[in-house]
Design a protein around this ligand. Structure first.
Ligand code: CMP
Length: 139
C-alpha cells in the first residue's frame, strides 16, 4: 500500500551540504518528497520528538546534537515507504550499514548518522503530525 513516513536529514548532513545527495537516494528508490522544510530545533523540541529514548544513556547527547544546527524534515511517500526508507538509510550504526545506503556513505557515527526515519505506521503518523499540518503535505 502507499504509505507516508517522516524523515529527518540531521545536522551532521546539513552541515556537510548533503541534502541534495540524500534526497537523490530517496528519489532514486522511488520515494516522493511530498513535504519538506529546513528548521532549527530547540533542545526541548528535540527532547519531545525523541521522548521514547528519554531513559537511554545517549538521550542528552542526541538532543544536543539534533538542536546544534539546522535539520531538514520531510514526508516521504510511496509503496511500502516506511520499510523502503529504512532500507535506503541502512543500519543505525554506519559500521553495520550495507554499502550504497545513506548511512554507509555519509554517517559519521552511531549518534551522528545523517538521517532519521519512522520505524512503524503508528510512529510515522505521530512523527509526521509533530512537524507538518495536513495542508503542508502535497502528494
Ligand atoms: P534515530 O533513527 O534518529 O533514532 C534514535 C537515535 O539515537 C538514532 O537514530 C541515533 O542517532 C541515536 N543513537 C542510537 N544509539 C546511539 C548510541 N549508542 N549513541 C549515541 N546515539 C545513539
Amino acid at each position: 500500500a502507499t504509505e507516508r513516513t517522516l524523515s529527518i536529514i540531521k545536522p551532521d548532513a546539513t552541515r556537510r551540504n548533503l541534502t541534495g545527495k540524500i534526497n537523490a537516494k530517496f528519489e532514486d528508490a522511488g520515494l516522493r518528497i511530498v513535504a519538506q522544510k529546513r528548521i532549527q530545533l530547540t533542545k526541548a523540541q528535540a527532547g519531545e520528538f525523541y521522548k521514547v529514548h528519554a531513559e537511554r544513556p545517549f538521550y542528552d547527547e542526541l538532543c544536543e546534537f539534533m538542536a546544534s544546527e539546522p535539520v531538514v524534515v520531510q514526508v516521504l511517500e510511496g509503496e511500502g515507504a516506511i520499510a523502503k526508507n529504512r532500507e535506503v538509510m541502512g543500519a543505525t550504526n554506519p559500521a553495520d550499514a550495507d554499502s550504497g545506503t545513506i548511512r554507509a556513505e555519509f554517517a559519521e557515527s552511531v549518534g551522528e548518522n545523517s538521517v532519521h526515519g519512522s520505524d512503524a505506521p503508528e510512529t510515522a503518523k505521530d512523527e509526521i503530525s509533530f512537524f507538518f499540518a495536513d495542508l503542508e503535505i502535497v502528494g
